[in-house]
Design a protein around this ligand. Sequence first.
Ligand code: ADP
Ligand code: MG
Ligand code: ZN
Length: 656
Amino acid sequence: MKKTSNRRPSGRNSRKKGKKPQFPFFLGKPPVGGNGEGPLGGWQFRFSLGYIVVLIVAMSLFNYMFLGKNSDIVDFSTFKEKIASGEIKRVELDASSYYTGYLTAAPAEAPDPLTRRYARPQNAIRTVPVYDPDFVKLLDQKGVSYYAVSRENGALLDFVFSWVLPIAFFFFIWRILMKRLGNAGSNVLSIGQNKAVIVAEGDIATRFGDVAGVDEAKDELVEVVDFLKNPRKYTDIGGKIPKGVLLVGPPGTGKTLMARAVAGEAGVSFFRMSGADFVEMFVGVGAARVRDLFKQAREKAPCIIFIDELDAIGKSRLNGIAGGNDEREQTLNQLLVEMDGFDGTSGLIILAATNRPDVLDPALLRPGRFDRQVLVDRPDLKGREAILKIHAKAVKLAPETDLAAVARGTPGFVGADLANIVNEAALLAVRAGRKIVHQSDFSEAIEKTVAGLQKKNRVISDSERRIVAFHETGHALVAGFTEGSDPVQKISIVPRGFGALGYTMQMPTEDRYLMTESELYGKIDVLLGGRAAEDIVFDRISTGAANDLTKATDIARKMITDYGMSERFRNVALTQRGAGYLGPAAPEPLMHREYAESTQQYVDEEIARVMAERYAAVKRMLEAKRPLLDKIAGVLLEKESLDEHEFQALLEVPAV
Ligand code: ADP
Ligand code: MG
Ligand code: ZN
């Protein structure tokens, strides 16, 4: 059989051999009718190529046997010549495909029962029809018998090709799609079922003892365990058990670990889902998952639902461009509805974790939802040592290993980093062919990890730590020696999640509505204390004080423009705040400036003067207390954080 390029399209012989089928080829031109485009990715290739090849081969064979057999294609002119010369005795006209000329007079046999076509004898030739009005005349003239065949003749075959196979093809694709979805939820009907791993009661081996370095968070969660264990204790007295507790902190600080510990300690079931699990391709699926999760949880109560990475669904609906993400919004709404839908007596507590509390929808943080927030911060020196101890239990240590030294060498590391260091050290020991882990393995592991963290900008250098330590001590000392200043509650040089390298926390002794002039100056002093300390100790200043300066300047400005506390405009309010109904809390843009340009200049100069004056005073004060400054900063560098008692003790013992 001669192969020619202009085979009839339905004869798929040309695809049979030679050209190996390529996947994109099927995408554009599926083997049978139908449009193969759609949500097909590379994954489909593996599944279906084999089937498709088999299908093609089968169809080609089919075609070969029933259709394309025994005829050759000639030019139309040759065809006509053969008629003119009387060679062709009978012509079959199929306007949609070929004219077939038979060299014998009459059909020899009956039509094929399947195709209802006449089997073509060996001596037939075919041609692609050309529009030629004289053709029939030629046939009449030569006395050639001719008749037309239509597609109807191949009705069954056409039916198979144009209906059955495309439908089969789509069914096939659908099956593959469903199989793929099925990995998530067994079949299409269970798309909305949750993927939470349901851990049966008692299955959770994690205890609070496995968590260290985050004592404040632990204290809060101990109470949650008690809620779950003895709900009556709280409800009998009329108290409401909190529904939601939000764990907030940088990644790797042990939020997930603590949620597990709560479930483990309380001995209740633990449903864990990640926020991302809720967000699916189809709108409504996430909401259905939330509903299902709560339904299951209610059946299993008392239990804990833990939603990890809450920010994935809890992002504020307000920001972002109009429209937003429908799916996420629906999921969030459903979560809010479910949280409102159970009461404190049902023994259900929702824990959630996030490292982006700033993006959460305010509705989530309202009372009755996640009304408790627990800060899970980076561990300080003591905390790191405790975490190292926990993880070192699993490895064989050389007796002289000093975990405190390891903790000292890993400022800013979180629990996950420390767990990683212990593991790295163990691997290094094995690589060195040893059976126990040495101190040197730890040093090497730290080096390796620090290099990785440096890339992520999470390591501060020693010189920076010194600057931060003196800066924070400066704040604290000024606060400690300023009359009427709020007492220092905590000083820390452990970097906080969101950009702060250290912090000094002051606790107001009482709720304040009024502040005196001297108290305001005191506030400015405390804020300037950080930079002044840097200035004294290092003889240069850094960008670390930017936020302090903003706050201090703001106070100074308000003293002049709002509170009438300047010299020239004593008792004069220069700005008119709160136009109309918004009242005194009007945002800044609504402030009216009701003074002359020259007054503005005075305000600016006065602010500068006040700041210079206060800064000089603060610097003088800290210089006088230099030994104390050095001592406290030294302790802070070592311990990384000081609580109010430790700080007070240091203030009282005279510095050497
Ligand atoms: P998060 O959920 O805050 O990102 P994980 O709880 O997933 O962090 O912590 C990851 C791993 O790091 C834990 O499985 C544990 O081995 C270790 N880890 C983290 N924080 C602590 C900690 N405070 N105490 C002990 N191990 C910790
Ligand atoms: Mg986590
Ligand atoms: Zn500061």
